[in-house]
Ligand binder design. Structure first.
Ligand SMILES: C[S@@+](CC[C@H](N)C(=O)[O-])C[C@H]1O[C@@H](n2cnc3c(N)ncnc32)[C@H](O)[C@@H]1O
Length: 282
């Protein structure tokens, strides 16, 4: 398989190489909690000093894989209910979720910034049911590209922390408005973590994590309802299946109050039904 010369990306799009690397590190383990051979293949094909820049922390890759597993479960559940539905992946970067959970019938729309889409299209060329759109996810023009006769699930995995808070709220409200009866999956870093990025302390010798302007403690999740009256339900998605010590401690981190309220989170938002979405696509 051909290799791709070193991508030149701005700091925020470059974070998609970080998440790709973490999935690949995890997927290479014999006891991996995430099967992702496509991610392993990509890090071998892209000319980039992944290990030198991002390190090889087993803890980071394990945690990242558990977060990804939350999104995979939600997408797989959606496709079980709506096999011909559309999954819109905002800020998809080099995610390889399609190769992990596609059902052979769903449609996929990937929305990311132009430089990232150019890279994605080179290493993961689009297919008949899988399109890419170079756009700012917060502008919502991409919503016109989505077939309203199909059920829609919007994912924003690893995106919202890089957006100004008002844009996160407007994005959720815009999706609720445009996709009646649809849902959205959003993850968030806790406030203490975002503060470390703002103060520049989230760094290693070779890599500085970009500033994260939006954060939400897990205990604040219900506040997402204020984005729009069309947000009818808010649900926590909890990681499952961790291994070793982390796997043993995870239930505590998810339930013991101070830890549970200030942990990273994945949340599903349901949107109010509209009067006229067809059911013909199911
Ligand atoms: C941390 S990466 C996450 C990539 C992928 N979702 C994953 O989890 O591996 C953040 C991604 O969001 C994209 N992004 C940041 N701001 C964006 C915006 N305003 N519109 C669309 N994409 C954006 C970046 O280009 C990058 O691909």
């Amino acid at each position: 398989m051909s290799s791709v010369e070193r991508p030149e990306l701005a700091a925020v799009p470059e974070t998609a190489l970080w998440t790709l690397w973490q999935r690949a590190v995890e997927a290479r383990r014999p006891d991996a909690v995430l099967r992702d051979p496509k991610a392993v293949d990509l890090v071998e094909r892209i000319d980039y000093p992944f290990a030198e820049r991002f390190g090889t922390s087993g803890l980071q890759s394990h945690l990242q894989a558990l977060r990804v597993g939350c999104f995979d479960r939600e997408v797989a559940d959606f496709l079980a209910r709506e096999p011909r539905g559309t999954v819109v992946c905002l800020g998809e970067g080099l995610e390889t979720q399609y190769w992990r959970v596609d059902n052979g019938r769903a449609h996929w729309l990937s929305v990311d910034l132009p430089d990232m889409v150019a890279l994605r299209e080179r290493v993961l060329p689009p297919g008949p049911r899988r399109r890419c759109l170079a756009a700012d996810a917060t502008d919502l023009g991409w919503a016109d590209e989505v077939d309203r006769d199909r059920a829609v699930l919007v994912t924003a995995q690893g995106l919202c922390m890089y957006l100004p808070p008002a844009r996160v709220k407007a994005l959720i409200a815009g999706c609720a408005d445009r996709f009646p009866g649809g849902s959205m999956v959003v993850d968030a870093v806790p406030r203490w973590f975002a503060r470390l990025t703002v103060s520049g302390r989230m760094r290693t010798a070779a890599y500085q994590v970009p500033v994260m302007p939006w954060a939400m403690d897990a205990g604040e999740r219900d506040g997402l309802r204020t984005a729009s009256p069309a947000v009818t339900a808010v649900r926590d998605v909890r990681p499952t299946g961790g291994r070793g010590l982390l796997g043993a401690l995870l239930p505590l981190a998810l339930t013991v109050p101070p830890l549970a309220a200030h942990r990273p989170s994945v949340t599903v938002l349901n949107f109010a039904e509209g009067p006229d979405r067809g059911a013909g696509s199911r």
